[in-house]
Design a protein around this ligand. Structure first.
Ligand code: C2E
Ligand code: CA
Ligand code: CA
Ligand code: CA
Length: 279
């Protein structure tokens, strides 16, 4: 009787019911959004310690006809659970590749890289390599200007297969970055075998840099690890000059965050590159 009671309690839980209904509505909307292209790429500048602009991270935005802007924090997890992340992620990659191809023709833009987030589900999907290959050749984008940001969750499954796939992407010229680094659980021995170009210090460590010794110790350790493995390290979520200068002191050479620029609509990012002081 006790178990049945518990089940009933669970079944009639109004919060759960409401959440499920909300989820179902959002999922249906997401399918429509994909068909009708209600998505837009926003770009956030990436800069060097000297202030030079090196490129941007692509951050997806959903302009919902009723709700207005929906944050990727809300719809990316749902897209992952439903598998919609595969066509959605492919659309993002396609847009990024065609942008890179356009930029290649423009002296001021040609040197910039675009970093695209690739979710674990998308990365492990059969045919991911072919998709990237096709998009690069169809668009004519220079592969070495494309960076893929992976999270540790993309890399846990079948270690050998993952390393092989990453090796093939590297062969194409594509750069690989490990996002949210320090929040997952890669073993260091494993990390050494991955053909990565870059580690990205998670913004949680940057946020707490000045007031939590642990966050500072972790950021410092990641920078040292990067140096000993020959990997670039970029700090994300940099909001203050104090954070930037402390990171520079610790040897960080690449940055991203509101201190430099928020994520911008494409046209605004292009304007930003025009106004950016060359140093
Ligand atoms: P992420 O890849 O870790 O991206 C960094 C997030 O931090 C972005 O949130 C960005 O707008 C935000 N951010 C940038 N600078 C600052 C700063 O100085 N301070 C603070 N507090 N935050 C900053 P956003 O755009 O809401 O994206 C959230 C997450 O959604 C991303 O986290 C990424 O995991 C995912 N995402 C976004 N676009 C895509 C996409 O095209 N594909 C996939 N698979 N995931 C995406
Ligand atoms: Ca990212
Ligand atoms: Ca991140
Ligand atoms: Ca994150």
């Amino acid at each position: 009787a006790k178990a049945a009671g518990r089940n009933q309690l669970c079944f009639f839980d109004p919060v759960t019911q409401a959440a499920l209904a909300e989820r179902a509505v959002l999922e249906a909307d997401l399918r429509v959004a994909l068909r009708n292209t209600q998505f837009e790429l926003h770009l956030q500048a990436q800069v060097t310690h000297l202030g030079a602009l090196t490129g941007a991270e692509v951050l997806l935005r959903w302009r919902h006809p009723v709700r207005g802007w929906v944050s990727p924090a809300q719809f990316i997890p749902l897209a992952e659970q439903t598998g919609l992340i595969v066509p959605l992620g492919e659309w993002v990659l396609q847009q990024a590749c065609f942008q890179l191809a356009l930029w290649a023709e423009q002296p001021r833009m040609a040197g910039l890289t675009l970093a695209v987030n690739v979710s674990a589900h998308q990365f492990r999907q059969k045919g991911f390599l072919e998709t990237v290959q096709n998009l690069l050749s169809r668009s004519g984008a220079p592969a070495h200007r494309l960076k893929l940001e992976l999270t540790e969750s993309a890399l846990v499954d079948d270690v050998e297969a993952v390393i092989a796939l990453m090796g093939e992407l590297k062969q194409l010229g594509v750069k690989l970055s490990l996002d949210d680094f320090g929040t997952g659980y890669s073993s260091l021995a494993y990390l050494k075998r991955l053909p990565l170009k870059q580690l990205k210090i998670d913004q949680s460590f940057v946020r707490d840099l000045l007031n939590e010794p642990n966050a500072r110790a972790i950021a410092h350790a990641i920078l040292q690890l990067g140096e000993s493995l020959g990997l670039q390290v970029i700090a994300e979520g940099v909001e203050t000059e104090a954070q930037r200068s402390l990171l520079v002191e610790m040897g960080c050479l690449a940055f991203q965050g509101y201190l430099f620029s928020p994520p911008l609509p494409l046209a605004d990012f292009i304007q930003l590159t025009r106004d950016w002081p060359s140093r």
